[in-house]
Design a binder for this molecule. Structure first.
Ligand code: NAP
Length: 305
């Protein structure tokens, strides 16, 4: 199949191009600037900023894709400019998705597969949630609420598109991610700056980058539409994964702090992740996509690369 990957230089996009080609697909990489063209090993490269509607439309139509994959975010800028990274990522989820969906339609593509996140759900009675759970669009933190509203907007647009499929990836670990040994979360743990608030009951569903890539290849090759959680089989409370992660990294065991101090010491999102977040079930992806994670548990690999 002819596949266009937008975000082809990214943590998922880059290995995805190789994985799709290995399956015999003809892959065009969409890169933001000509300077990034040499960073990808694709059958063809087109250049456009996704926020430039006309340039994107011309680039996508030149590729004549049957399937378009959206892997764009600006989260790589998180370390230098968190507010800017979230604002730009929100624009890529809203405007960027609108531009890409329109360009895909105009080019005659029959399928749009887009990256979303499995940790945008609101707290609920069950600890591990499926795709019907409510998104936390009214989170008490204005920044997170804005992020989740942009996620909801992306999901609305993609599911309204013929052949649209949203992949809600779990918290990514592995090469290039924040949880890699050189990543920002690892650095925080190594410096003893990620303590465990209270009993650490917040649940995280992790996903190795290789499984994000594998699920996306399966999505490209399937006809399934809608929204699917792509997570490992082992949703875990912070009380379990954070000490394990610190140990594997060779960091000191995380200090315990009273939960009431966490928002001031850690900020809103880390506090939410460690105390109130819920996990995500991959049951639907198993049945509707025929996919299962090659790394069923974070216990095998988190912090090892
Ligand atoms: N996805 C998640 O679950 C999540 C959540 C929180 C944090 N993170 C962290 O974020 C990092 C990256 O994850 P990711 O795969 O989402 O992102 P990424 O590796 O930063 O990849 C994003 C892709 O989007 C492209 N892009 C950015 N702006 C664009 C624009 N205006 N037009 C066209 N393309 C554009 C980038 O191109 P350039 O190379 O040219 O910039 C890049 O190819 C990891 O460290 C991960 O741990 C991820």
């Amino acid at each position: 199949m002819r596949v266009l990957v937008a975000g082809a230089t990214g943590v998922i996009g880059h290995p995805l191009v190789g994985a799709l080609r290995a399956r015999g697909h003809e892959v065009t990489a969409l890169v933001r600037t000509a300077a990034r063209a040499s960073a990808v090993d694709a059958d063809a490269v087109v250049v456009a900023d996704a926020l430039d509607r006309e340039a994107l439309s011309a680039a996508v139509s030149a590729a004549r894709p049957e399937v378009v994959v959206h892997q764009m975010s600006a989260l790589r800028l998180l370390g230098d400019d968190p507010a800017g990274a979230f604002a730009l990522t929100a624009r890529l989820r809203t405007e960027g998705t609108a531009h890409l969906a329109a360009a895909a339609r105009a080019a005659g593509a029959r399928r749009l597969v887009a990256q979303s996140i499995a940790f945008a759900t609101a707290p609920a009675a069950v600890l591990v949630l499926d795709e019907d759970a409510r998104l936390y669009v009214d989170a008490p933190d204005p920044g997170w609420a804005a992020t989740v509203r942009a996620v909801a907007d992306l999901e609305r647009q993609v599911t309204a598109t013929d052949g649209g499929l949203v992949l809600r990836y779990g918290t990514l670990y592995g090469r290039g991610t924040a949880y890699a040994r050189t990543g920002s979360t690892a650095q925080r743990v190594l410096a003893g700056r990620l303590p465990l608030p209270g009993d650490g009951p917040g649940i995280t569903s992790f996903l190795h980058v290789a499984d994000a890539v594998g699920a996306t290849v399966a999505a490209v090759e399937s006809t399934t539409t809608g929204v699917l959680n792509i997570t490992d089989d082992d949703p875990a409370p912070a009380a379990l994964w954070l000490p394990h992660y610190a140990h594997v990294l060779g960091a000191p065991p995380p200090r315990r702090i009273p939960a009431s101090l966490a928002p001031r010491l850690l900020g809103w999102y880390p506090t939410h992740q460690l105390t109130t977040a819920h996990g995500a079930s991959n049951t639907r992806a198993r049945t509707e996509l025929g996919w299962k994670p090659g790394r069923p548990s974070w216990r095998e690999g988190l912090g090892r690369e």
